[in-house]
Design a protein around this ligand. Structure first.
Ligand code: SAM
Length: 198
């Protein structure tokens, strides 16, 4: 099943940053990198059925959005430093309201969360929250999963997401890190896909 992941990165910086300080001065860019890695990579390959968006909301020039297309991406490795280098390169380019291609499969724009969700609103948006419906009881189709970072999702963003959401879904009572949620979601969808093909 093709799938889209959206990370709201509340503090991730919007200008080139120090690759040696991803969790600190780059505003938890380590979470962003792990999220991209876990959404797109499998052992020895890239998932062609995934598109990942990251909404960077930190200083000095918010908002900027990164889009990674699994069908097109090349020259990307799963480690945090390599992904951080790709984001840094994107942040050095001219950024406008339309998507600018930075390298194969990697795009940047000044789109905000609302703009991104509208762009993919033909799909079903699922908001990930511990208190939502258990994913085991939810039929998922054409999904866009919206996930918060270490700070969660602000009230304002939550309102926007809920206004467009198909459902609020939970992976259980434990609060997982954003990249762990993505790993679990990919696994669940892979299993469902496999079971359907039997
Ligand atoms: C580390 S958690 C956020 C914790 C933050 N302190 C809060 O209170 O929202 C990161 C994000 O992962 C998602 N998440 C974490 N655990 C989850 C769960 N058990 N079910 C559904 N979503 C979850 C949510 O989108 C959450 O915003």
């Amino acid at each position: 099943m093709d799938r889209v992941f959206v990370l709201i990165a509340n503090r991730a910086v919007t200008a080139p940053f120090n690759l040696n300080d991803l969790p600190g001065s780059a505003g938890r860019m380590d979470i962003v990198c792990r999220f991209i890695s876990q959404s797109l990579f499998v052992s020895h390959g890239i998932r062609k059925n995934v598109t990942t968006y990251v909404i960077l909301k930190g200083p000095p020039d918010p908002v900027k959005s990164i889009r990674v297309e699994g069908t097109q991406v090349r020259y990307l490795a799963p480690d945090e430093r390599n992904i951080a280098g790709m984001i840094n390169k994107a942040l050095k380019s001219d950024v406008g309201k339309e998507w600018t291609r930075v390298s194969p499969g990697i795009f940047i724009s000044s789109k905000e969360l609302d703009d991104v969700l509208k762009e993919i609103s033909a799909r079903n948006i699922y908001y990930l929250k511990e208190t939502g419906k258990d994913i085991g009881n939810v039929e998922i189709s054409k999904p866009v999963f919206v996930i918060g970072d270490h700070l969660g999702v602000s009230e304002e963003d939550e309102k926007s997401v809920l206004a467009m959401s198909e459902d609020v879904i939970s992976l259980g009572e434990t609060a997982y890190q954003a990249d762990q949620c993505v790993t679990v979601l990919n696994y669940i969808l892979d299993r469902r896909e496999h079971d359907r093909s039997m």
